[in-house]
Design a protein around this ligand. Structure first.
Ligand code: NDP
Length: 314
């Protein structure tokens, strides 16, 4: 026998928690499937200084704990499982967890986010959040007057490099070949920026660091020239990995319209997907802003969209 709820929210970052807060506050029986990484990307962030309302900043995990509790306060229930299969072909919508348990819902809000692609070398995890980041807008401010590196040759990497020149003393782009994947206008922009240097035909061989106050802290990068094999160590205060994101949409691909990069397509300014009753919010449908506050904002919109849709489609 399937377990039924008015609203199933899949994903528990700022988008999912905010959506769940709105629907439970509207007196709709709501469950939030927290997934593999409860709290989403902010759980692997350290300090968040740009979420309105936290004058002195807040640690990412602490903020997610607050957002979850705020949703629970109005009755949303957290289920610490992932959804591995869905059937959106008819109402009520069906979803299954990893143990093949079936849940049904009158409306579903998807907020499964996007995952930053990583280099997957052991030292990357060691210094993650302690010199290594995947978001210049989030963490660039911590590198005022510092020497930073950006890995990648696409529009994101070049845009982040440009942005970082507003605070860092120098920015070096590490790219594995000579030509950039980024648009010509972005390439021209970084090439004419005197603060930006290049380490081309190069990859990160290893991140280097020291222990500060008992914690690992990045202080260098071992670069490898892919053509000559030459290794060289450079000083680095920070490194931003910008080699792309992967939206977490594979489970929904049979039902929902995705764009060329796999993000869920939503209609206009709304959170409506191509299936009435299925809504999407946060980074899973936004590859432009990718900010916690933007995800929370679209989570609010998804909560309201779902509530109004259910009123009209009882
Ligand atoms: P992209 O996939 O476009 O670029 C990823 C870059 O990372 C490539 O240069 C790639 O190298 C490099 N890379 C991938 N894997 C590795 C690895 N393991 N080691 C080293 N380097 C690696 O991702 P983006 O996030 O830059 O962009 C995604 C989409 O969003 C694009 O369509 C882009 O145009 C768009 N975008 C648009 C913006 C705008 O218009 N303002 C801003 C940001 C993004 P290689 O080139 O050799 O494959």
């Amino acid at each position: 026998m399937a377990e039924h709820h008015n609203i199933i929210v899949i994903g528990s970052g700022p988008g999912g928690c905010t959506a769940g807060m709105y629907t439970s506050r509207a007196n709709l029986d709501t469950v939030i499937f927290e997934g593999m990484q409860p709290g989403g990307q902010l759980m692997i962030t350290t300090e968040v200084e740009n979420f309105p309302g936290f004058l002195d900043g807040v640690q990412g995990p602490e903020m997610m704990d607050i957002l979850r509790k705020q949703a629970q306060k109005f009755g949303a229930k957290s289920i610490y499982e992932s959804i591995v299969k869905v059937d959106f072909s008819a109402r009520p919508f069906k979803v299954w967890n990893g143990s093949d348990k079936e849940y049904t819902a009158d409306a579903v809000i998807i907020s499964t986010g996007a995952t930053a692609k990583l280099l997957n070398i052991p030292s990357e995890q060691k210094y993650w959040g302690r010199g290594i980041s995947a978001c210049a807008t989030c963490d660039g401010f911590f590198y005022r007057g510092k020497e930073v590196y950006v890995v990648g040759g696409g529009d994101t990497a070049l845009e982040e490099a440009n942005y970082l020149t507003n605070m860092a003393s120098s920015v070096t782009i590490i790219h594995r070949r000579q030509e950039f994947r980024a648009s010509k206008i972005m390439v021209d922009k970084v090439k004419s920026n005197p603060k930006i240097k290049f380490a081309l035909d190069s990859v990160v061989d290893e991140f280097l660091g020291e222990t500060v106050n008992g914690f690992p802290s990045l202080n260098g990068i071992r670069l490898k020239n892919v053509k000559t094999g030459e290794l060289r160590d450079v000083h680095a205060d920070g490194c931003f990995i910008a080699i792309g994101h992967r939206p977490n949409t594979s489970v929904f691909a049979d039902y929902l319209t995705l764009d060329a990069e796999g993000y869920i397509v939503t209609a206009g300014k709304s959170t409506y997907t191509n299936i009435p009753g299925i809504f999407a919010c946060g980074d899973v449908q936004d590859h432009v802003y990718r900010q916690a506050i933007a995800a929370a904002g679209s989570g609010c919109a998804a909560g309201i969209d779902a509530e109004r849709w259910l009123m009209e489609n009882k």
